[in-house]
Design a protein around this ligand. Sequence first.
Ligand SMILES: [Zn+2]
Length: 180
Amino acid sequence: MEKERFPAPAPAPEATARERRMYINRVRAWRTRTLHALEQLCHGASDRSSCPPRAVTFLTWMLADWWSEDDRSRASGSPYNIRPFPAALADRSVEDDIAAVLAWRATFVDLLSDIWDVLGHPDLDLDECLWIGGWLAPSSNQKFCRYCLRPLADEDPRIAAHQCIYLGEVRAKWPTPPTG
Ligand SMILES: [Zn+2]
């Protein structure tokens, strides 16, 4: 089945209010279409052969805009700064809405990059992480920052080089490396 791809690029700092609104609408439509596609997968309406059940369950959970108390405490005990999908709030500006959604995405991109590599029994294996990552990735071949989804300069495509505004968000709960 064709995966829904996360809209990119994210609006530039100089984007107009209209462009920002269009972007957040595309992101919310992406979430709706993705949830619909996952539901089809669960109910066997689509081809299940390429559908890892744990990954479907996890992505559906990621996209929920409400988490139970258990979910929240599981998330707060994890080194990843994850949270439920930011619900549309009437009193939040479009800028803040976009920032909330991109921060949500960035923390899950971080989780998927290494959760398969933990000791013991990881929640997801590498193939499952790649499968979920496919939905979060933009469809374009252009090089984007994996966190803020702004195009990266060809001459220096490192995320750190452009001082990504979401790095702090992603690393907020990373363990401090031992010193000495
Ligand atoms: Zn960035």
